[in-house]
Design a protein around this ligand. Structure first.
Ligand SMILES: Nc1ncnc2c1ncn2[C@@H]1O[C@H](COP(=O)(O)OP(=O)(O)OP(=O)(O)O)[C@@H](O)[C@H]1O
Length: 276
């Protein structure tokens, strides 16, 4: 499938034959547990002689190539473990490719200033920490503070520690912080899935605004409706391989055709008649 024509023909990201392999060190394979009696279980837990120190390789991304242009909004879809987040994190510069190259024009921002946010601290403190991680000055953050809180819709909860937030509140605040500075390349990993309908509408508008400023948006999501709503182009990953790259409807429809059909919900049983 051919990718749709971009509005701006300046490349923002070039991935060329990218492989990403995780090396998991110190993984140990135990021998099979022979008996269920207490003695052999104890031996299996503590006998060092039976452990095999190994280094396991996980080929998370295999030979992925594509070019993303300024102003494009690109969805990344695929089953669990297909390599979507790994690819995104690599574009964000967090994981170096094992082979191949990634060129980026501009500053990528992975939604999920997560890495720097601290759950013990209040939302307010985290807005400052996250904002500074995005390159904003304290004065700029102060200026945008009210807008960030407004956008996240968390109100006075901003003064409570983030660990007391619901997952939806935390995701909304992360989104609001990450989009407080218009990044050259915005990467969103599943974060939109947790918001309510109103927040989804506002975040869609925000993504559109960011795209208009000629930024590139990457969105990893299991929600095909979110992908359809926000993306003009879709990359479909399958077992680390880029299976398709093309216009959203074509790729999502082809992906959906491979998914198991959902069973219709069971009809609720009628309640027994109330006793007189
Ligand atoms: N830090 C890690 N160390 C070792 N293997 C990892 C690591 N992170 C991911 N993997 C493996 O790499 C593969 C791709 O994982 P990745 O998280 O990129 O997939 P994904 O498509 O984003 O999955 P999901 O939809 O479930 O979030 C999987 O086999 C996963 O187990």
């Amino acid at each position: 499938m051919a990718a749709p024509e971009p509005k701006d023909s300046t490349p923002a990201v070039i991935c060329s034959h990218v492989d990403i392999t995780y090396r998991v060190q110190g993984a140990k394979k135990m021998g099979p547990v022979a008996d269920e009696d207490d003695e052999s279980l104890f031996k299996n837990l503590f006998s060092r002689g039976r452990e095999l120190a190994t280094i396991q390789s996980v080929e998370a991304v295999k030979d992925v190539s594509f070019v993303a242009y300024h102003g494009e909004s690109i969805g990344i879809i695929g089953r669990n473990g297909s390599g979507k987040s790994t690819l995104l994190r690599s574009i964000a510069g967090l994981i170096p490719p094992t082979r191949g190259r990634i060129w980026i024009s501009g500053e990528p921002s992975l939604l999920g200033v997560n890495a720097v946010l601290m759950s013990k601290l209040s939302g307010e403190r985290n807005i400052y920490i996250g904002g500074q991680a995005l390159g904003l000055t304290r004065a700029q953050i102060k200026e945008r503070f009210a807008d960030i809180v407004d956008f996240s819709g968390i109100g006075d909860s901003v003064y409570r520690p983030m660990k007391t937030y619901s997952s939806g509140q935390a995701a909304r605040l992360r989104f609001a912080i990450s989009t407080a500075a218009t990044p050259d390349i915005l990467m969103i990993d599943e974060a939109l899935a947790t918001g309510d309908a109103d927040f989804k509408e506002r975040s869609s508008a925000k993504v559109a605004e960011i795209r208009q400023q000629a930024s590139t948006v990457f969105l990893v999501s299991h929600s095909n409706s979110t992908i359809r709503e926000l993306c003009s182009r879709v990359l479909w990953m399958e077992k680390g391989v880029l299976l398709a790259d093309g216009p959203t409807e074509e790729v999502v429809a082809a992906y959906e055709a491979t998914l198991p059909k959902k069973k219709p919900p069971a009809k609720p049983k009628p309640l027994p008649p109330a006793e007189a």
